[in-house]
Unconditional design. Structure first.
Length: 262
């Protein structure tokens, strides 16, 4: 449990996020959602994750298996269970043309937003905070222990002191934030490889072939999309100051007193 500042403590306000970084961070949320939804419709029109015929689900497609599972879980027998997701959310083969158009609209906005994010990192020097450090393994273990103890300590009303962090991000945050631009670059490159395979044949060959680009694109987008959930959980566990800093751009930290306490 954090201690209220005593007379020997001084609260300092430190800048944390450049304005462009904050804006693009929040804009990314609706863009990723739009890309995921329209991307599912495009994928379903020509699945790449196929398996041998399943006599139980009556499909070759992994996403079709998911549709059948949901339909049976909800005991919905009115339609073909393989089309349950499409029939309820219009995510499927019949939406290919419109999904492609909307997907590329979101894609261009995503690329522009990514460029502005990179500009914000460069202008504010935030890129330095993303670089891996030699102390990351030990710090990652300490932070993992802190996060796992967050709920039990709250329930049991036991102290759960935050590990001392010498840098802007802790090791787990740094690893996650460092990987996001990499997956963002992969999703853009693989997207262009699929969109212009004749014009950008060299780019397609970097992913071995067209299906290779599709697999990298799908997996990268899945990583970007699913990152949101643990990201939100870890931000909540890390405290309100972390959330506020992405809105205001500054962070309030308690400077150590003469005895070295925080």
């Amino acid at each position: 449990m954090s201690r209220a500042p005593q007379s020997t403590d001084t609260v300092r306000v430190v800048p944390k996020h450049h304005g462009l970084v904050r804006i693009t961070h929040w804009v990314n949320i609706p863009l990723l959602f739009g890309l995921l939804v329209t991307g599912l419709s495009i994928y379903w029109a020509a699945p790449v994750f196929m398996h041998p015929w399943n006599p139980v689900t009556h499909t070759h497609d992994g996403l079709g298996d998911v549709s059948v599972f949901i339909a049976r879980l909800l005991h919905d027998t009115h339609d073909d269970p393989r089309n349950w997701i499409y029939n309820h959310f219009s995510l499927g083969t019949s939406s290919l043309a419109s999904a492609l158009s909307i997907h590329w609209l979101f894609a261009y906005l995503f690329m522009i937003n990514g460029a502005l994010y990179a500009l914000g990192l460069a202008a504010g020097g935030g890129w330095r905070a993303l670089l891996p450090r030699g102390t990351d393994p030990a710090e990652a273990v300490a932070m993992l222990r802190y996060y796992l103890n967050a709920v039990p300590s709250l329930v049991l009303r036991k102290p759960n002191p935050h590990p001392k962090i010498a840098f802007k991000y802790n090791a787990l945050q740094r690893a996650a934030y460092f990987s996001m631009p990499i997956f963002g670059a992969l999703v853009v490159a693989s997207g262009w490889a699929m969109h212009k395979p004749a014009m950008l044949g060299w780019l397609e060959r970097l992913f071995v072939n067209y299906d290779g680009a599709r697999i990298v694109h799908f997996v990268s987008m899945l990583v970007l999309g699913t990152f949101v959930v643990p990201h939100v959980i870890l931000v909540i566990a890390d405290g309100f100051d972390t959330f506020r800093s992405m809105i205001t751009g500054w962070s309030a930290r308690v400077k150590e007193d003469g005895d070295g306490h925080a």
